[in-house]
Design a protein around this ligand. Structure first.
Ligand code: PMP
Length: 349
């Protein structure tokens, strides 16, 4: 069968769960205490299963709008924020257009750009993985349709900085997509309110998969100019969120108490994990997220040994510019972090 050139030539994304699904999973930046502890009335949700869900996703968008402090017309709800990335590219760019990616960063921007027949231009973050708005020089010639920024950045963990992002948005001629998948952990203000302004070229991505602890639900959001949200609503599949997912998402969003305790636990454990790594002679990068990037010349073999000998799964993130060998470890529960540190000490001994 003849496949399109785009499909023949693109390199599929390898998610953490493609590599491992068992063990102490500190590889996918999930919330180890996630899940929904007070489910909604499931009898009602199940009774509705015979009918198609609301194609406008109003209930979940309304709950997200309240939680994020923006008007509902500025919120698109997707099957994970990955769906929002896909639909944004579909809506903003024509095949052959260029998108700019501030890298090293999350791999899906480049994978989806390739699937849409777009050229991806990489702008390197600086030595400390911060954004240098001047590096966008040349990407400003009007041909680029979108710029991807991730803050806190995956896999480096640092914030790109509000002032720098807003400066980049002023300079860049196209849409500026700021992926805030991990922003709750950073305890800084989101750019969602700026993105929600009519006419704004800023788009903010948020997700229930990380601090909200609902990665299995598949629900994420784009906050954007209401006109663009209308476009996203029109290009999505009619029923992109299942009725079950919508009901559970709306329930999770209505109760931020678990989110607050997650953020507190993460901050304490992140500091303890970093301290434990330093005690082993390693130098994790400063992180505002729920993971640490740890440079080590033997990262690839450490990752293998940890999984094989200790059942602790972390992610090899070698080959980043400036950090040729490194692994990324998610901040887990105290017990998981102890198991990881103990296993690592043995690997290094
Ligand atoms: N953005 C970033 C930076 C991520 O790390 C991830 C997941 N690893 C996503 C988006 C996708 O999240 P979702 O589960 O909402 O599709």
């Amino acid at each position: 069968m003849r496949l399109s050139r785009r499909v023949r030539e693109f390199e599929p994304y390898r998610a953490a769960r493609h590599e491992a699904a068992r063990g102490i999973l500190l590889d996918a930046n999930e919330n180890p205490e996630g899940g929904l502890h007070e489910p909604p009335d499931l009898a009602q949700v199940l009774a509705d299963l015979g009918r198609y869900p609301d194609p406008a996703n109003l209930r979940v968008r309304d709950a997200a709008a309240r939680a994020l402090g923006v008007p509902v017309e500025a919120v698109f709800a997707g099957n994970g924020s990955d769906e929002a990335i896909d639909l944004l590219l579909r809506s903003l760019a024509d095949p052959g257009d260029e998108v700019v990616i501030a890298a090293p960063t999350y791999g899906m921007y480049a994978v989806l750009a390739a699937l849409h027949g777009l050229r991806a231009r990489v702008v390197r973050l600086d030595r400390d993985f911060r954004l240098d708005p001047e590096a966008l020089e040349g990407a400003e010639d009007g041909r680029a349709s979108a710029l991807f920024l991730c803050s806190p950045n995956n896999p480096t963990g640092n914030l790109l900085g509000r002032t720098r992002i807003l400066e980049a948005a002023r300079r860049f001629p196209g849409a500026v997509i700021v992926d805030e998948a991990y922003v709750e952990f950073a305890e800084v203000e989101s750019l969602a309110l700026e993105a929600a302004r009519p006419g704004s070229s800023l788009i903010v991505l948020r997700t229930l998969s990380k601090a909200w602890g609902m990665a299995g639900l598949r629900c994420g959001f784009a906050v954007a100019d209401p006109g663009l949200v209308e476009v996203l609503q029109s290009v999505k599949l009619p029923y992109n969120l299942s009725g079950v997912a919508s009901a559970l998402a709306a329930r999770a969003l209505a109760d931020p108490r678990r989110l607050e305790s997650t953020v507190r636990r993460n901050a304490t454990e992140r500091a303890r994990l970093a301290e434990g790594l330093r005690a082993l002679g390693l130098a994790p990068l400063p992180s505002a997220a729920n993971f640490l990037l740890v440079p080590h010349a033997g990262a690839t073999s450490i990752v293998r040994r940890l999984a094989r000998e200790r059942g602790v799964v972390v992610r090899d993130r070698s080959n980043l510019p400036g950090i040729p060998a490194a692994f990324r470890v998610t901040v887990g529960t105290a017990m998981e972090n102890d198991a990881f540190l103990e296993g690592l000490a043995q690997c290094l001994a």
